[in-house]
Design a protein around this ligand. Structure first.
Ligand code: ATP
Length: 244
């Protein structure tokens, strides 16, 4: 069996007196898409923040490519190749598109930077035609593409994409999903936190559903059928999440 690239065991996270995650375990295999679903407040972003070193776990372990990264600072984890794209766009609005990409590849070897930028633009050609435009003046969807292009340009091994489709029109969401699919095809593992449940499941290989800070269900994405979604996500009449 393939070794997981990411392995989370018995993870607990607290914010002061309140606990957000309780004994969460999951794993992702290399070059796969793992989608993390859950109602508002279920703990999806907390999981992403803990894995990427932005909040310290109070218990449990996180291993990335076999290495224990539990409690390591976020810049170290990013350097190892695990990139988190937070909810709400990680771009510098006052810089041009191309300068945003140049900043993203700052850690790469000098000679490899132009090729890394070209690869990112290849996935989202619209960024190429807008390379000198200020990022803040791009549409919401284009800014998400730039956020994803920035993450991909930095040669990650795994990206965590947190609700990238939030507030985007379906057509633009589709471009973002296609970018994630291209990333997976190039060997990058994707952890996808999503509100567009069905679209996320159609891209994903595996799925974890969080319920009030615990894993309610996990398994192959193909097995997350209507019954599972209704039972663990409350999808249907009291769904908090739009059906994509
Ligand atoms: P959403 O889909 O609404 O973004 P989520 O599944 O990502 O929700 P989290 O943002 O991880 O959920 O929140 C999980 C729980 O932790 C919630 O009860 C939330 O109120 C709480 N929480 C999140 N961030 C903090 C914080 N900085 N301080 C205190 N409590 C927090």
């Amino acid at each position: 069996m393939t070794e997981p690239i990411l392995e989370v065991r018995d993870l607990e996270v607290r914010y002061g007196p309140s606990q957000a995650l309780f004994g969460v375990s999951l794993s992702a295999t290399p070059a796969s898409v793992l989608c993390v679903l859950g109602a508002n407040g279920a703990g999806k972003s907390t999981l992403a923040r803990a894995v990427s070193g932005l909040v310290p776990p109070s218990a449990g372990t996180i291993r990335f490519e076999g290495r224990d990264i539990t409690g390591k600072p976020s810049h170290r984890i990013r350097k190892l190749g695990l990139t988190y794209i937070p909810e709400g766009r990680g771009v510098f609005p006052d810089l041009s598109v191309i300068d945003n990409l140049r900043m993203a590849v700052g850690q790469e070897k000098r000679g490899e930077r132009p090729a890394a930028i070209d690869r990112a633009i290849e996935i989202f050609p619209v960024l190429g035609s807008r390379r000198h435009q200020r990022a803040g003046s791009l549409s919401g969807g284009e800014q998400q593409m730039l956020a994803l292009a920035r993450a991909l340009a930095a040669s990650p091994r795994l990206i965590i994409a947190d609700e990238m489709s939030l507030g985007l029109a379906p057509l633009v969401t589709e471009s973002v999903f296609q970018g994630l699919d291209a990333a997976r095809k190039s060997g990058i593992t994707v952890v996808l936190i999503e509100q567009f449940v069905h679209r996320a499941l159609s891209l994903a290989d595996a799925c974890v559903i969080l319920m009030r800070g615990r894993v309610g269900w996990s398994g192959p994405a193909a097995e997350a059928g209507r019954e599972v979604l209704e039972r663990y996500l409350g999808e249907g009449e009291h769904s908090a999440a739009p059906v994509g």
